[in-house]
Write a protein that binds this ligand. Sequence first.
Ligand code: KG4
Ligand code: ZN
Length: 357
Amino acid sequence: MIVLGIETSCDETGVALYNTAPWEEGTPASQGILGQGLHSQIAMHRDYGGVVPELASRDHIRRVLPLLDQSLAQSGLQLADIDAVAFTQGPGLAGALLVGSAFAKSLAQGLNLPSIGVHHLEGHLLSPLLGQTAPQFPFIALLVSGGHTQLMKVSGIGQYELLGESLDDAAGEAFDKTAKLLGLDYPGGAAISKLAEQGRPGIFDLPKPMLHSGDLDFSFSGLKTAVLNQMKKFEEKKIADAVQIAQCHADLARGFVDAIVTVLVSKSEKALKQSGCKHLVLAGGVGANLQLRAALNEKANRNGFAVHYPPLELCTDNGVMIAFAGALRLLEKNNGSTHSGAFDVKPRWDLQSNNLK
Ligand code: KG4
Ligand code: ZN
């Protein structure tokens, strides 16, 4: 079965074609990726310091058709070869989601194909199955994106249990807001991580929120305030030397990354222990963070569990993960696919409410 996937939930337009044959035959799932196209709107939103929803929707409209053509050309397929259309139905920006939904549903109806609305986070958390060493069910997923920070127990396709989540800012949001304080461009996750490499450990010992809370929840909004307070203290010293200022920013970036990584790793280990699972999956944009990956690898080696990552380019939003998640759902019974033409989207959507029965 060949599934077309469309992702338009935020500021990336992603289109991909996925063939389920390798998955069904037990060969590496990544071999099913036949073609893909991706356009990031980051440059367009950068001047505004964040995503402007209306601009995002309009750009998705402009990009989605050329990206479909690109994916078809890359795969050597034609529209007639497609068996189903998967699209991100939520959560995300309402207008942006509507573009993908309208496009996917119209195409499906025109070609008389089933369509399936995919939960964006399901796309993220199944994407490690496309990595070099696929995890086995059940596993724990640490989902860290711009909008979500969650620990999930994944018992199978469509079998998700929320174990803990952020009570305020998501990890990616904390990265982006702190990066802004440090004068870095939006979205600052990757930039702050790079800056932290030049920072010295322990110069700023920032709080590690909820590290010992006893549960699996997170809170990251206080971290950016702690960084802001440290910056104010440094500014009071009226140091004009550019090298010293740059070093202070790098040390703060290092303190910030170390704090967030410590909390994420500690709670992930706790979730593994509580559930008895031996496999951890890292997914979502912050999953591209090299410090987090290094810390998880080190703990995994030491404490006898396995960590699985999506291919680096599939950590941030893309069409492949939507085609893949849609395809796996379509292989299951009662999968939620439809022939209806309604363009309903779910800007707020609880993943567990979409579990397969
Ligand atoms: O999953 P994603 O592409 O979009 C959402 O669904 O939100 O995640 C985007 C987030 C942004 O906050 C971005 O700053 C963060 O992922 N991010 C990173 C890195 N690369 C992207 N955060 C830390 N380190 C990185 N290398
Ligand atoms: Zn995402």
